[in-house]
Design a protein around this ligand. Sequence first.
Ligand SMILES: NC(=O)c1ccc[n+]([C@@H]2O[C@H](COP(=O)([O-])OP(=O)(O)OC[C@H]3O[C@@H](n4cnc5c(N)ncnc54)[C@H](OP(=O)(O)O)[C@@H]3O)[C@@H](O)[C@H]2O)c1
Length: 338
Amino acid sequence: MERVENKSACKVWCSYCCDSHQSGTPEEVDCRWSLPESNTSRWKNSGDHWSQHWDWKGDRPRFGTKRFATVCMCLTIGARVVMACRDMRRGEKAASEVRRSTGNGNVVVRQLDLSSLASVREFASKLSATEDRLDILINNAGVMMCPRSLTEDGFETQLGVNHLAHFLLTMLLLDMLKSSAPSRVVNVSSIAHVGGKINFEDLFYNKTPYDSLVSYRQSKLANLLFSRELARRTRAYGVSAFALHPGVIRTELGRYVETRYPLLSALLRAPALLLMKTPKQGAQTTIYCAVTEGLEMHTGCYFSDCKLKEPAPEGKDDLAAMRLWDFSAKLVGYNEED
Ligand SMILES: NC(=O)c1ccc[n+]([C@@H]2O[C@H](COP(=O)([O-])OP(=O)(O)OC[C@H]3O[C@@H](n4cnc5c(N)ncnc54)[C@H](OP(=O)(O)O)[C@@H]3O)[C@@H](O)[C@H]2O)c1
């Protein structure tokens, strides 16, 4: 809260200088911009609760200079944050770090493993029991191009973790989001949705040969279609949904690509790094979708570089979005009457 009052010293928020990111500069933007008053007013003193599938970086070496970027920005503008982490020990360690670096201690860590629907149900039930409101749900966590494996519930991992677990979690928290309206769901998708296809005949590649990139594309297209259908269903309740591409960021997401093509990765790494965003820059569009006032009129839309963007045609297929919703509800055992 204190930091919000002292907005002129806020170095974290830089949504409004994202154009400079597009030049591909590897430097952190030393951005002393504050949130415009209109953007902060709703959030700063209300003790708003945010839940984030947090992009935890653990003990691994990191490229970025600003760690835990999205959480830090949420805290800096005065939010209460619930971090959903699969490893509590590392989560607590990180929470201490963000408390120290932001000066906002209003962050708690809760256990969530997205490869287990039981864990999703437990997390949602504890969150509903311990928090009195939920203003913004950020579905961020994900895996990319991992070798074929199955989740605890028998789902192919990329669709299971990147889409089905987020779908169930959002459904289980929907009553809380409705009662906290106006509220938002922010789904971190990717430009990789372009060329993606929902393989309704064989969602988990049980019969079709598995291709890790095709499966990743399917899961990120699912994020977009889910946002679209969710927006259609929840608009009347004051719950908005957005999907976004955060940019190409120096994170751990490419770990499986590096394992699969080590030589190519090594050759590409140096030049590619120059074109990539830092985690702090990569968090801007997420924060933009989470707090920008007036964005409700664009519910169901897709964003990139803090701007409204046209998704690929497959990302605007409303029939596929409805069909995916029905498939997802059935697979995770969610009944609208629950
Ligand atoms: N990086 C990019 O260039 C890029 C581009 C487009 C879209 N995205 C999207 O951005 C999002 C964040 O990715 P990132 O770049 O920050 O990658 P990252 O550094 O690998 O972070 C992904 C996070 O997801 C968590 N996670 C993975 N599986 C999980 C599970 N079963 N349960 C709970 N948490 C789990 C990981 O937790 P652990 O720390 O425990 O492993 C990790 O903290 C993803 O949805 C990704 O598709 C990224």
